[in-house]
Design a binder for this molecule. Structure first.
Ligand code: BMP
Length: 274
């Protein structure tokens, strides 16, 4: 299973350009850390990314929370992505019918497909959401992440819903590169499927709800440590927001980014060494 392979080995075997690039970046930078930069001003957004850039494989954005948004911010983001060698993941959580999400992905103020290597969607509408997003993203070499589970208390994304999300992804492996999930999805919803085929599948598990200093927040977020997430649950990328950018001045933010990178990488090295 992919759980025991190195990121570099997985990059060699991957067919999707965004997944391949992400796995290569992780290996090259020795970082499975994705920073989620959920701030509301362009200047803060760009400054934080410039500080954490050397320590991350991926930046996760919620571009619609930026109050003074101008499209030139995207040009600056792309420059930082080249300067520091990371990919971009707009956490858009699409959740509509195929025709609508294709428009939301390609058009409007943000034109997400033009700059975000990876985006995500809720499986709730059924497979048409993948067809719609793929019609825009596949020609551009993008990758899609499905939300199979969530980190928040009381999430409805569990049990049969999670299994069906994985089944939807298996039917669209060219474009769906993995999941937002709290654990590896190997074998989930796989009853009766060919075992060699399943052994060859490589979905990336990107996991939010990661924090070293808090157990959660007052709105249902729940945190686990990088070690719990990567070593015990077999996830591939840790997503950290307030645990990094919420820590004060640039020196503190840099120190936290370095701390999470180290913890995430140590947990991975221990995982593949067994
Ligand atoms: P923080 O580390 O500050 O709690 O931020 C977590 C980030 O991950 C947020 O941007 C949130 O939107 C996102 N997220 C999450 O917390 N749980 C999920 O299940 C899915 C998410 O995208």
């Amino acid at each position: 299973s992919a759980r025991l392979l190195t990121y570099a080995q997985r990059a060699e075997n991957h067919h999707n350009p965004a997944a391949k690039a992400l796995l290569e970046t992780i290996g090259r930078k020795k970082s499975n850390l994705c920073v989620s930069v959920d701030v509301t001003k362009q200047a803060d957004f760009l400054r934080i990314i410039d500080v954490v850039g050397p320590y991350i494989c991926l930046v996760k954005t919620h571009v619609d929370v930026i109050e003074d948004f101008e499209f030139s911010m995207i040009d600056r983001l792309k420059e930082l992505s080249a300067k520091h060698d990371f990919l971009i993941f707009e956490d858009r959580k699409f959740a509509d019918i195929g025709n609508t999400v294709a428009l939301q992905y390609s058009s409007g103020v943000y034109k997400i497909s033009s700059w975000s290597h990876i985006t995500n969607a809720h499986p709730i509408p059924g497979p048409g959401i993948i067809t719609g997003l793929s019609s825009i993203g596949t020609p551009l070499g993008r990758g899609l992440i499905l939300l199979a589970e969530m980190s928040s208390k009381g999430t409805l994304a569990s049990g049969a819903y999670t299994s069906q999300a994985v089944q939807m992804a298996r039917a669209h492996r060219d474009f769906v590169i993995g999941f937002i999930a709290m654990r590896r999805m190997d074998g989930v919803g796989a009853e009766g499927l060919d075992s060699t085929d399943l052994a060859n599948e490589d979905f990336l598990i990107l996991t939010p709800g990661v924090g070293l200093d808090a157990k959660g927040d007052s709105m249902g977020q729940q945190y686990r440590t990088p070690r719990e997430v990567v070593l015990e649950s077999g996830c591939d990328v840790i997503i950290v927001g307030r645990g990094i950018y919420g820590k004060g001045n640039d020196a503190d933010i840099q120190a936290q980014a370095e701390r999470y990178r180290k913890e995430g990488w140590a947990a991975y090295e221990e995982r593949i060494s067994v």
